[in-house]
Design a protein around this ligand. Structure first.
Ligand SMILES: *[C@@H]1O[C@H](CO)[C@@H](O)[C@H](O)[C@H]1NC(C)=O
Length: 206
């Protein structure tokens, strides 16, 4: 039973871990993403700069709470190149994160008590964690898996700054156990050093 609980907890942690990559520096003032272009470039092709308008650099609604009525008790409102075409090539994005009590997600800074942590790369795999209070800022180094959990009484909000226009979130458990098509269970069984039946169980969940 205890093992089962630990197992579920570690699954939740997996489910919320993400990874990011950073972008190259721009060589022009801006490059508004042109959704109609079929050019294959690193990012999106640029709209003619003469067509630039304020709305290409604008988004409203970040004051609105996300819907946390879901199994994780959390919500991510992204502000990436998908929402603001003017972010294309600028190497940055934001996200608003809402947490119900005990709600869990990946990411970064502020309100109520937020338990955060990340794990360093091989060979140390050190787990670094901290409980944050209102106004606190915490850095997740680029590419390291991490999570956040609201451990306060009320709801919480955090704002994340991400060093990419399109942060490319990889949810660890979904990528490993929910790939399409599935990774063969004998590969995962060996990688995780557990019986195939455990892998099959996890693959069904994801
Ligand atoms: C929040 O999400 C739940 C589950 O999808 C849904 O039932 C509910 O209507 C949503 N609430 C609002 C205010 O959108």
């Amino acid at each position: 039973m205890v093992n089962h609980i630990i197992f579920v907890l570690s699954l939740l942690a997996f489910a919320c871990a993400v990874a990011f990559a950073s972008d190259p520096s721009p060589v022009q003032d801006f490059c508004i993403a042109d959704p109609t272009s079929s050019a294959r470039v690193n990012g999106f092709a640029c709209l003619d700069p003469k067509l630039a308008q304020a709305d290409h650099f604008f988004l409203s609604g970040l004051d609105k709470a996300g819907n946390t009525s879901n199994p994780l008790g959390s919500s991510v409102t992204p502000v990436t190149v998908a929402q603001i075409p003017g972010l294309n090539t600028l190497g940055i994005a934001l996200a608003r994160l809402d947490y119900a009590p005990w709600g869990l997600i990946p990411l970064h800074f502020h309100s109520r008590s937020l338990y955060v942590g990340f794990v360093t790369s091989n060979p140390n795999n050190q787990f670094i964690s901290k409980v944050l209070q209102k106004g606190d800022v915490f850095v997740f180094p680029v590419r390291l898996i991490h999570f956040q959990q609201n451990v306060g009484q009320g709801t919480a909000i955090s704002i994340s700054a991400l060093s990419s226009q399109n942060p490319g979130i990889i949810t660890v458990a979904n990528a490993i156990f929910g790939s399409k098509p599935s990774i063969a269970d004998d590969i995962l069984s060996k990688a995780f050093q557990v019986d195939k039946s455990v892998i099959d169980y996890l693959q069904v969940k994801f």
